[in-house]
Write a protein that binds this ligand. Structure first.
Ligand SMILES: Nc1nc2c(c(=O)[nH]1)N[C@H]1C(S)=C(S)[C@@H](COP(=O)(O)O)O[C@H]1N2
Ligand SMILES: [Mo]
Length: 516
């Protein structure tokens, strides 16, 4: 076997792995083509690839993009799919130029600066986080059709224009938060390094979450109207995306599933083509994506082109081998697929968006904090509490300082916390949801090998300077008179701290050593 210049045993790769359909650029069908898969896997196994970026052992590079996905670019190139890599980055520059690019390919990007998330209940499309496991397909909506098969009464193919025809399917809009189960993973990494997956377990901060108004048709209506319902054996609905995914030298289409129970009991498993009143951006799954409200982001399959009704969860590696929640003592030495449970609904969690860690906050006895709070599975946020002392005293956020309740969306909040103390302080936030669930107090309490769902109270360390204290006010004035700033606090003061006479008088009154 030989692989030279876009050829494999003398056959051009473009013949081996052609684009499937007219108008569907960047889509290769793997799941229905076992022979093609076998050839691709053979090619992948015969080659060497660059290592996966390692980032857990030290501070993250200050570059943007932070990490470069050489290996995944090479995977695509090895199968003659380099154009997908190029199109993906072009799309990033067009749709997401202002983001913090956590990984350039497959593209993972987070809102920058993160306090933008607190600007309004709805996250603007250009600021909404992105997590991809592969490239971005480029599908002409005119040519798009959705295939539904498996354990349904009547398998169908529905052109997009029929799906969007309100006389055929009833449309709804829902306000729903999408949260990656890796949100705030950096805190877990800072505590202890964990699993390094091939598609990196991205070092997300507080910005791998966003809220949008999604418009489309409920999946349960489509199954009923178009397919005449599901068969009694159907327990799960599998969603297959048009993107290409690699794992351990094998190739797949992105595939995940959710229980039929979840689909049946709510309207909030949606086939969506609109995001915040605009056509779904390419990077968010155009022309059609699934939105599984209340579940981890991973289940909301983008570029969904096929839905299969199954008797058991999808065999896709993303469903079976990833997004698993392990006990704290399980690690590289004894991890199995079977000893982690599958993460589906998101638990309650929250974050402080401002101020941020290491900020020097000059105030007059109280500090304003802002952030988000969210709970999955249809639980809504009831109460947000902020502690100025690391988790002993908790102040509740007033109702009028939180955005409106939704079954499936976050609440943004703000609070003015009385702060007398100065110097380094640790603030944290925790949230109570409508089922009375709350967050563990420390990262360590919920640390897990795959570094998922960092649901512990979010903490920030800030440097408090309370101007309402006379001595502090005096020092600030001294600095101002000299045209100097307090920051950086590590920069030495240029003047003598105290007049010699004052120091003398103080040591007369309170001698430094005992007299007898
Ligand atoms: N087809 C496909 N769907 C996908 C993914 C993907 O890589 N491919 N990533 C999933 C993950 S892990 C998350 S968190 C969400 C992110 O959605 P967004 O990029 O639109 O914010 O999409 C999910 N759907
Ligand atoms: Mo995710």
């Amino acid at each position: 076997m030989s692989l030279v210049d876009g050829q494999y045993n003398g056959v051009p790769l473009s013949w081996l792995f052609p684009e499937e359909k007219q108008g569907w650029t960047g889509y290769v069908e793997w799941e229905k083509s076992p022979d093609k898969k076998r050839v691709a896997n053979g090619i992948l196994k015969s080659q060497k690839f660059s290592p996966i970026p390692e980032f857990q052992d030290g501070p993250l590079p200050k570059t943007n993009p932070i990490l470069i996905g050489h290996r995944w670019k090479e995977y695509h190139a090895a199968l003659g799919l380099k154009s997908i890599v190029e199109f993906s980055w072009k799309t990033v520059l067009k749709e997401k130029h202002d983001m913090l690019h956590v990984l350039d390919f497959p593209y993972n990007g987070e809102t920058l600066p993160k306090y933008i998330l607190g600007d309004g209940k709805i996250t603007q499309n250009k600021h909404f986080f992105v997590r991809n496991h592969g490239g971005i397909p480029d599908i002409d909506p005119e040519c798009f059709e959705l295939e539904i098969g498996g354990l349904v009464k009547t398998p169908v193919r529905i052109p997009l224009k029929d799906l969007k025809d309100p006389s055929k399917f009833p449309q709804i809009s829902i306000t729903a938060t999408l949260q990656c189960s890796g949100t705030r993973r950096r805190e877990q990494i800072d505590e202890y390094p964990g699993d390094g997956d091939e598609l990196i377990n991205a070092p997300w901060g507080e910005g791998a979450i966003g809220t949008a108004v999604w418009r489309g048709v409920p999946l349960k209506k489509v199954l009923k109207i178009a397919c005449g319902g599901v068969l009694p054996e159907c327990q799960h609905l599998e969603f297959v995306g048009a993107d290409t995914y690699f794992k351990k030298y094998e190739v797949y289409n992105y595939a995940v599933s959710v229980p039929w129970r979840k689909v049946r009991q709510s309207e909030e498993v949606l086939l969506a083509w609109e995001m915040n009143g605009e056509p779904l951006p390419k990077i968010h799954g155009a022309p059609l994506r699934v939105v599984v409200a209340g579940y981890i982001g991973a289940r909301s399959c983008k570029w969904v082109c096929r839905i299969n009704a199954l008797a058991e969860p999808s065999f896709g590696p993303v469903q079976r081998q990833e997004y698993l929640y392990y006990n704290q003592q399980i690690g590289k030495h004894n991890v199995l697929i079977s000893n982690g449970f599958s993460i589906q609904a998101m638990p309650v969690s929250s974050a402080i968006l401002s101020p941020k860690t290491k900020d020097v906050v000059i105030h007059d006895g109280s500090i304003e904090l802002k952030g988000w709070a969210y709970s999955g599975n249809g639980n809504w946020v009831e109460r947000v509490e902020v502690s100025p002392d690391g988790g002993h005293v908790w102040y509740p956020v007033a109702q009028e300082d939180m955005t409106q309740k939704h079954y499936y969306a976050w609440r943004l909040w703000k609070i003015e916390v009385p702060v007398d103390a100065e110097g380094w302080l640790e603030f944290c936030v925790r949230t109570w949801d409508s089922s009375n669930n709350t967050e563990p107090t420390y990262v360590r309490s919920a640390w897990n090998w795959d570094l998922h769902v960092t649901s512990s109270a979010h903490r920030i360390k800030i440097y408090s300077v309370n101007r309402s204290k006379p001595r502090t006010a005096m020092r600030l004035k001294q600095l101002e008179d000299m045209g100097e700033s307090l920051e950086p606090i590590s920069k030495p003061l240029e003047f003598t701290l105290e007049k010699f006479e004052d120091y003398e008088a103080a040591s007369q009154k309170y001698p430094r050593e005992p007299r007898d």
